[in-house]
Each structure stands twice: as C-alpha cells, then as structure tokens.
Design a binder for this molecule. Structure first.
Ligand SMILES: [Zn+2]
Length: 424
C-alpha cells in the first residue's frame, strides 16, 4: 500500500458517484391507446402494447459501498474484516433482501425491468486487490452480483497504484465473470474548480496546486471523461456509472458526467433508493468497521417499509355508516357505538376488534348476518372527544377503520368544553 497512499483513507469518507440523468418520467409513462376512462397510469398494466414490463414502483433499494477487506483493521474508516463482511452478506439474505446488479437497478429506474420489493446493490470502491482476492469469493458463495468503482491511476502500474492495488488482469477476469466495472475518476480527487489537487508527473514527482480556467477544465475532463474512456477501451466495456470521490461535486461536474454518457452518479450519503430518486445523486451507505450501525440502519430503512407484518387496509368511516358519525357531537357520555362492516366484504369470524379511547379494547358484539359491530358504553366517557378503532380480517388482510366523535359539554364525565374533534 505504498504509493496507494494516504489519500485513499481520506477519500472515501465522502465519496460519491455520479452518472448521467435520464428522463425517467417520460421513459416510464406509456402511451395509452385504450379507451379506458381513467388517464393512463405510468407504467400502466392495462396498456395493450407490451413495450415494457410493469415495474413495481414501490420497490426500494439500498446501495452499499465497501473498500478494503483485511483481517487486521488499521483504517477502520475504509476497512472491514472478511468475517464481518460475510456476516453482512448473510444478513441481507436472512432479511429477505435480494442483492441485484447495478444494471438491473438502472433498468428498473428506466421502467424496463422489474425488481423484487426490497433489494440491495453491493459496490466496492477504489480497486483494491483484497476486493478480488477476498471479497469476490465471498460474493460468489452467495451468488451476489456487484459493481467495482475504479479510479484508473489507482490500478496497479498507475501513478497511484501500489502493491495493494488491483491489476488490469484481475479486472479483466472479473469482467469475464459478469462483474460490473464502473468509473471513479482517474486520480480520486475533489473535482470542483479551485480546490487543491495533486498532480503526478510521469516521473513520479507530485505537486500540489489549484487549477482554474482552461487548465482546470482540461484536468476535470480527464478525470470524468478520460477515466471512462480508459476503462472502456482497456476492458472493452460500457461504463455508465460514476462514483464521485468525496461526494464533492457541483452542477458543472454533473453536466460533464451527463454529457460523457454516464447514466447515474453516486454519493455516499446513504438513503433508500426509490423509483423516483434522482439518478445524479444516488446515495450509498459506506460501510466502515468502526460504524457497524450504518449497515444495520440501512437494512432497517427498507426492512420497515414493506417487510414484516401484513399490510393494513384503511377503510373510511363513512363506508361503515358509523354511529356516532365521524365528527358528530353527541349529548351523552354513554353512547352506543356501531359500525357496519358489510362494505368490507367477507369478515373472518372472531377477527373483529373494537378499541375506544380512554377504555381500550371493549367487548363489542358482532353479528355476521348484518355485519354490524356494536358496543354500548357502560362507563361514562371522560374526555370531550372519543376515538374508535375497529379492525377485522377480510380475505387474509387486516382492515382498519377509525373515527372520532365529540361529547357535548356537561355530558362528559366532568369535562366542560364541547368540541367535535376533527379527524386526524
Ligand atoms: Zn473512492
């Protein structure tokens, strides 16, 4: 890790990737030639022309960014032990998160390919040989696809490629086996104009400097465009993703990347990726040995949404002809509470439950013939408003309705002011 030096540990802390912006909106909407009265939904299932598959627009993806895999952690900001890495890969599987390839993620964003509801994309930055020697065998074991973000001068033999660097031969081997290889600049530096950068001359001499004007433009061009071309030519591949070093970019850099043909750009500001996430700032979770919580939190971010418990369908109180009605004010603190569940459909016997604020679950009675659930309040309601929650199961799905009514002044047990509480 001689020459591949100290910059690297610094870098990642905020590194980004970027790729070019796609007109996802126009690409995702389909011309609807049906006579359907409803306007065409984007990616409409009903379209007679099957030009594109229907994609799940509610799917979510988390992208992880790893650096070196080492047994002894010396730079916890960019290193992880092989055991910890493998445990995380297993955890994804255990949580029902599907690891997909980068190109599948982009195809989904274009509306061209469906992906499972909860996915992860695994990326490795900078091109370390431990990614080839240690990470790859683990990924093979799980049959996970992944992406390598390479800065070209950091490949072995380059001005920044020391003994720990990956070689072009190793990259070619990965390419031949389906690994996605993408760009991460030439020299891994802050790409914004006016920042200190380091220039390495062919003789190995390094100078720190600030570039502006045409000199800067020439340099940033070689970083953003030149690196892409080099990877494409050297490996015979198409590069469409760009990870921006340090996460430091601006509109000018984005524009350069877009014009160069990058489809997506990546940052290290981790966040779940949704169908509408901007392609020029896709956040990745950078996993560091000293912050194991980042991984756990990322998994939770998409774990909470569609995983776990069964979906609850919300039913409007109006459809249930509730009594008292939503928003109504009654004159008694001992009301009869009723709702007609027949609008919901077939209710599973024994699944009906009613909760009343201030009381909790009440012994309501349910008549399967009429679909009516009712409860006569027997203890004076003490608040000026009362919320009722009715849940039931229908066709294996949990259905919930809730509404709120008011209790007139004087009627409530000791409360004075009246007020039908507006629906939340
Ligand atoms: Zn990097």
């Amino acid at each position: 890790m001689m020459i591949r030096f100290a910059i690297v540990p610094l870098l990642f802390a905020l590194n980004f990737s970027m790729c070019n912006r796609h007109e996802t909106v126009s690409q995702n909407s389909q011309p609807s030639s049906t006579s359907s009265p409803t306007p065409a939904a984007p990616v409409a299932a009903a379209s007679p022309k099957k030009t594109k598959p229907v994609v799940d627009q509610t799917a979510q993806v988390i992208i992880f960014c790893y650096h070196r895999l080492v047994d002894k952690i010396r730079y916890p900001g960019t290193e992880i032990t092989p055991a910890a890495f493998e445990a995380q890969m297993k955890e994804l599987k255990d949580h029902g998160i599907t690891v997909i390839g980068m190109q599948d993620l982009l195809a989904w964003k274009r509306g061209e390919k469906n992906i499972p509801p909860r996915c992860a994309v695994i990326t490795f930055d900078d091109g370390w040989k431990s990614q080839y020697e240690v990470a790859w065998p683990i990924m093979k074991k799980f049959e996970y696809p992944f992406t390598m973000f390479i800065y070209t001068e950091g490949v072995r033999g380059g001005s920044l490629g020391g003994g720990e660097a990956i070689t072009w031969e190793q990259l070619a081997d990965m390419r031949d086996n389906g690994v996605d290889i993408e760009a991460h600049t030439a020299t891994h530096q802050d790409l914004r104009e006016g920042h200190n950068i380091m220039l390495a001359s062919p003789g190995g001499k390094r100078t720190r400097t600030k570039l502006t004007g045409p000199q800067y433009e020439q340099w940033v061009q070689s970083e953003v465009v030149g690196a892409k071309e080099l990877l494409e030519q050297r490996l015979g591949i198409k590069v469409n993703c760009f990870a921006v070093p340090f996460g430091n970019y601006n509109e000018h850099v984005k524009e350069l990347a877009r014009n160069a043909g990058y489809e997506a750009m990546f940052t290290v500001y981790g966040q779940p990726i949704t169908f509408t996430s901007a392609l020029d700032s896709l956040g990745r979770y950078a996993i560091e040995a000293n912050k194991p919580k980042v991984f756990e939190d990322a998994v939770k971010m998409i774990g909470a949404s569609s995983a776990g418990g069964p979906a609850v369908a919300e039913v409007g109180a109006k459809d249930l002809a509730t009594q008292p009605a939503d928003g109504e004010t009654v004159r008694t603190a001992l009301p009869l509470i009723k709702a007609n569940l027949s609008a919901i459909g077939q209710i599973e016997p024994g699944s009906v439950q009613m909760r009343v604020s201030g009381i909790g679950i009440v012994p309501a009675s349910y008549d399967p013939k009429t679909g009516i659930v009712s409860y006569q309040v027997t203890q004076k309601l003490r608040e000026k408003s009362c919320s009722v929650f009715v849940t039931a199961k229908s066709a294996g799905k949990k259905v919930e309705a809730h509404w709120t009514f008011g209790i007139e002044e004087g009627a409530a047990g000791g409360i004075t002011s009246p007020a039908p509480t507006p629906k939340k």
